[in-house]
Write a protein that binds this ligand. Structure first.
Ligand code: CAA
Length: 386
């Protein structure tokens, strides 16, 4: 692994960190409390290039590498993890599949405005009966001339009420099972697309999450990504990139938990000394710093593998698994260090704990990541041993 930070990486870190501190920090707790979507900040981030980070400049993007993407997600999520997931979804789950599987026409029509931050993207895979078992899709798309007619429902769609462009997995031929799925680009304004009321959530409360109903939505065949039958492949490869984004988000939460704990340990005195002077606290800091740095390196490793053009499914899953479990664990330590105050909304660590939990669930639970890692490992072993 050859990891060297460039001046561009330093600039991305500084830009994202300054934006998070100057623009996001003061309102993050209130947006969380009142479940207010951070639309004005997402627009500003779009203008700064954060909505099309790895999209080439010819399609309106910033043309950056994946390390830059991880750095940006960590810095933004350190201050507001809801902003982190919105940025991750529009980049990885909407922009990336269009960049990878889209036609030139689709790239100009849909990817360019997404990358420029003029539109926002969302991803529709999960259904009431198809969560971890992504292959159990029931939303149908029946061909009618130059259109598909889409009927069904999708659940847990991040940015469901704010997105303009939806990447939707549908069944074009249910008799073929997994091989009968396809991926469609569906616009917010297509008649028959109905956004359901928002979910009320434990964490990342300022991002919105909705169910969507597709009631006879007519979608041009020209909006299909890849071939008929490629639907699950498109969705799972988008999730490889998405899992890297969520790992970056989780890393930001973990780092925030550590920094908040360090600050409090310098302010709070018990038994006549600051918390920082107790060895019990110092050991927690040592473990947090070590594990967070290990998580960061695992994430950068997956980013380097992606940028080398190799399949990075296993590395993305390892990064997502380790970063999300680190976030939950670090947030738990932070609440413990804050004691009773950590259990109140007076301090941010309870928000970090609530936000961390979802990183172990969405874009594939920790159990799914372990399935993906083990399957890839066994397949590598089988190849190596004939
Ligand atoms: N890249 C490209 N293609 C891939 C792929 C990848 N990473 N993974 C699998 N494929 C291909 C396979 O090669 C296969 O195609 P072929 O048959 O042509 O070879 C096809 O896709 C199906 O693959 P599998 O047989 O491995 O599929 P499976 O059904 O066994 O998958 C699973 C099992 C890995 C558990 C998968 O279902 C999975 O990842 N589930 C979790 C789904 C998930 O993460 N959902 C979260 C939704 S998004 C969200 O959270 C909302 C949000 O807005 C944030």
């Amino acid at each position: 692994m050859d990891l060297k930070f460039t001046e561009e990486h330093d600039l991305i870190r500084k830009t994202a960190r300054d934006f998070a501190r100057e623009e996001l920090a003061s309102g993050a707790a209130d947006r969380d409390k009142n479940a207010v979507y951070p639309i004005e900040y997402i627009k500003k981030l779009g203008e700064l290039g954060f909505c099309g980070m790895f999209v080439p400049e010819k399609y309106g993007g910033a043309g950056l590498d994946s390390i830059s993407y991880c750095i940006a997600l960590e810095e933004l999520s350190k201050v507001d993890a809801s902003v982190g997931v919105i940025i991750s979804v529009t980049n990885s789950l909407a922009g990336y599949p269009i960049l990878t599987f889209g036609t030139e026409e689709q790239k100009h029509k849909y990817l360019k405005p997404l990358a420029q931050g003029k539109t926002l993207g969302a991803f529709c895979l999960t259904e009431p009966g198809a969560g971890s078992d992504a292959a159990a899709q029931t939303t149908t798309a029946v061909r009618d001339g130059d259109y598909y007619v889409v009927n069904g429902a999708k659940h847990f769609v991040t940015s469901g009420s704010h997105a303009d462009t939806f990447i939707v997995t549908v069944m074009t031929d249910r008799s073929k099972g997994v091989k009968g799925s396809s991926s469609l680009i569906i616009e917010k304004g297509f008649p028959g697309l109905k956004v359901q009321p928002p979910e009320h959530k434990l964490g990342i409360r300022s991002s919105d999450t909705h169910a969507l109903v597709f009631d006879g939505v007519r979608v041009p065949v020209a909006n299909r990504l890849g071939n008929e039958g490629d639907g699950l492949k498109v969705a799972l490869s988008a999730l490889d990139s998405g899992r890297m984004g969520i790992a970056g988000q989780a890393l930001g939460i973990a780092q925030a938990a550590l920094e908040a704990s360090l600050l409090y340990a310098h302010q709070r005195k018990q038994f006549g000394q600051f918390l920082k002077d107790f060895q019990a606290t110092q050991f927690k800091f040592a473990d947090m710093e070590t594990r967070i740095q290990a998580a960061r390196l695992l994430l950068y490793h997956s980013a380097l593998k992606k940028d080398s053009g190799q399949r990075y499914t296993k590395e993305g899953a390892m990064a997502k698994l380790f970063c999300s479990e680190t976030a939950m664990w670090a947030a738990n330590h932070a609440v413990q260090i804050y004691g009773g105050y950590g259990f109140t909304t007076e301090y941010p660590v309870e928000r970090y704990m609530r936000d961390a939990k979802i990183t172990e669930i969405y874009e594939g639970t920790s159990e799914i990541q372990r399935i993906v890692i083990a399957a890839n490992l066994l397949s590598e072993w089988a190849k190596a041993h004939g």
